[in-house]
Design a protein around this ligand. Sequence first.
Ligand code: DGJ
Length: 761
Amino acid sequence: MNVKHQASFASLSGSRRISWLCALALLVFTGFHAVAAMAQTGATIRYDATTRIFRIDAANTSYVLGINENQQVQSLYWGKRLGADDTFPAAKAMPEAASFDLPITTTPHEFIGWGGGLFVEPDLKITFPDGNRDLVLKYVSHRIDGNKLDIVMKDISREVYVTLQYQADPETGILRRSADIENRTDSPFTIEQVAAATWNLPRGTDYRLRYLTGRWAGEWNVQKQDIHPGKTVLESRRGTTGAQNNPWFAIDHVGNNDQDSGPVWFGALGWSGSWQISVEQDQLQQVRVTGGLNAFDFGYRLQKGEHFQTPYFYGGYSAHGIGGASRLMHRFEIDSLLPHAPTPKLRPVLYNSWEATEFRVDEAGQMALAEKAATLGVERFVMDDGWFGQRKDDHAGLGDWYVNPQKFPHGLKPLIDKVHSLGMDFGLWVEPEMVNPDSDLYRKHPDWVLNFSGRPRTEGRNQLVLNLARPDVRAYVYGFLDKLLTENDIAFLKWDYNRNWSEPGWPAVAPEDQKKVYVDFIRNLYSILAELRAKHPNVEIESCSGGGSRVDLGILQYTDEVWPSDNTDAYDRLLIQNGFTYAYTPGVMMAWVTDSPTWVNQRTLSLEYRFLSSMQGSLGIGANLNKWTPEDFATAKKMVAQYKSIRETVQRGSLYRLITPEDNSEQSVTESVSRDGKQAVTFAFLHSSRELYPYPRIYLRGLDAKANYRISALDGKLAKDTPDSASGAYWMNHGVDVELRGDFQAAAFTLEQAGAAKAGN
Ligand code: DGJ
C-alpha cells in the first residue's frame, strides 16, 4: 500500500487535535486489522486488509465501504452503529442484470467517473484535449489518519488521480466527504461535472425524501415526497445557494409520522454557489444521492499539475427520526462548523433599523432609535442600508462605500460613540458583491461586472453582480471592507446579497476558462471572509441574501448568523422558522420583532405573540420604536429580559418539534432542552380556536424522567390546575395544558430542574 499524503492535522479543531506520537502510532498498520483508532474522541476508522473493507464508526453511526474485484470503491453500509466485531463479506460488483444495465451502472459506488457504460449520475466527467471523455477510476491506495480516511483512485490509462476524502465527526457521526482531482497528465483537461460524493442508502423501496424549497419572503418550506424510480434534482443554477432549493436533504421511511423515532439519512452541501443534489432510484431500486457543483453551464479547465478540491458534502444518520437528524445537524454546526466552534458566542439581542427607516437613515434619526433600543436591553445596534454613497433608494450607490456626507456630516464616529455610550455594540449593513450602474464605481469600471461582451446586462433591483472571481474586484472588495473595519469600531457586518446572476460571462479570461467563474467567485468570497475575520477577529458577520437565499454549510464556516427571511410576519415566521431548523440551528437564526399590522400580510398580532415567535431563534427587534407606546416598551423590556434567561437553551439546546405548523396545522409547539438538561422552554401558538375545542395537551420530550422540574409560565397562560412542580415523567407522559383560545394566540413556559423526583418515579 502506498502512503501518498502528508498527515495534516491543521483542520482538526483544538479539542480534537491528536498528538504526533499518537498519530504515528495510528499509522502503524498491522495486517488484518490495520487500525487507526481515536477512542478518545469516539471515532474509529478500520481497514481489513483481507476483505479490503473500510469501516468508519463515529457516535451512533457505522459507515462501511470496500474495494471490489473491479478495484472500484463500493458502498456497503450506512446506518446505526454495528457490533464492534461484526464482519462483512468483501465488496462484490453487481452481476450483469441485463445487457442494458451493466454492473458499472447498478453497483453502488462511492464515487464514479463517467465512462465504461455508466448511466446513473456520475461524480466526475472530464473532457480531454484529444476528445476522449472516458474516465474509469480504480483504487490505488489509501491512508487512515485519525478520524480521516483518504482513498486514492486513478484512471486506467491517464494520469488523473482522484482522492476521496472522509472525515468523521466523533460527536454526531456526521461524515464530511469531498474529492480532490489532480491533473498529472501533460496537458490541461476540462472538468465538466464534479460531485463531492455519492451516498448510497440501504436497499429499500419505501423511502421518502424531505427537502426545502422557497422564494423571497417565503423561504424554508418543507417538502415531502415518496421516492420512486427516476431522479429528483435539487439545485441552484443561480450562481449562489438560492432559496428555491436549499442544499439539504433527509430521507426516511414512508409513513413515519413521529418526529423523534425511526431511521433518517440526511446530508447537506457546504457550498454557496450553483449546486446540485440528485436523488436517484435506479433500475435495481437502489437509492443514491450525489451532490456537488451544478454541471449546468459549468466547465473548469484544470492545468497540468493543478488540483481541484470539491466542496464538502456532509452526511449523517439518526435513529431518532427527523427531529434527531436536526438535532445532530444543530450540534455539528455549533460544535464543529461555525467560525468559533466549539464555543461560538451566544447571539446578542440586536436592533436593526431597516423596517423602521428603510433608506432614510441619518445621524439624528439613528441616535434616537439607539436611545430607545438601549432602554429595552438591546445589546447590538445595527444600521441597515442607506448610509453610503448617493444611496437614497435602491437605484444608486452600491459600490461607493464612502459615508454619505449629507446623512452623516461627521462620519460614522458620532453615531458609533453614541451607541457605545448606551452600552451596545455597533453593526453595519453592506452588500459588497453588488454595484448599481448609477455609481462612481460602475462609471469607472464597467468591466467589473459579470457580463457577456456586447450583450445587455440584466438588472435586478437596479443592480449588477460584480465579478468577484476577478483579482482586481476581489482586492477592491477586501480593501474597502478592511478600511471600514479598521477606521471604525464596528462589531458586526450584515453582509447582504440581493440578486442572482445573469449573463455570467468573464470576458477578461480565455473562453475556455470563463466558466471557472462559478468556482472562483465563491472561493474568493470565502477567502475575503476568512481574511477579514483573521485581521478583525472580534467582528461578527451575518449572511443575508434578501432574506434566506444564501444559507448553507459553506457560508456558515465564515459567518456567525444568518437572516432566514425578509418576511417578519410573526405568524408566517412559524412556518419559515420550522423549515429552517430542519437543517440549521436556531442558534444562527435571526428573528426580529417588527411592527403590526405587518407589511407582509397586513395581519395584526399582539406584541407578546411577536416576541414569542422571535424568541424561538436569535432575538432581534426591527420595529419603528418611535411609534411604540410606553406599554409596548414595558412589555418589550420584560420579554427581552425573559429571553436572556432562556437564550442559551434556545440557541444551544436540543430542539423538539412537538407540533409542527406544517400542513396548515392550527397549532405549532416547539420545546428546547438545555445541554445540561436543567432547563426546558416551550413555545405554543394557536392560529384560531374552533367550536370550544381545547388546545391540544402538550407532551414534553427529552426531559430526565427521574428529575423534578418546576414550571413557570412566561405569560400566565398555563391551565389553572397545573402543578408547580412534577417529575420529568409527569411532564412527558401526563403533559401540560395551556389556555389558548381565540385567534393568533401564544404561550410559553419554562421547566427548571429542581432536584430528583420522589421515590416511586
Ligand atoms: C434585504 C435584506 O434582507 C433586508 O433585511 C434589508 O437589509 C434590505 N436588503 C436592505 O436593502
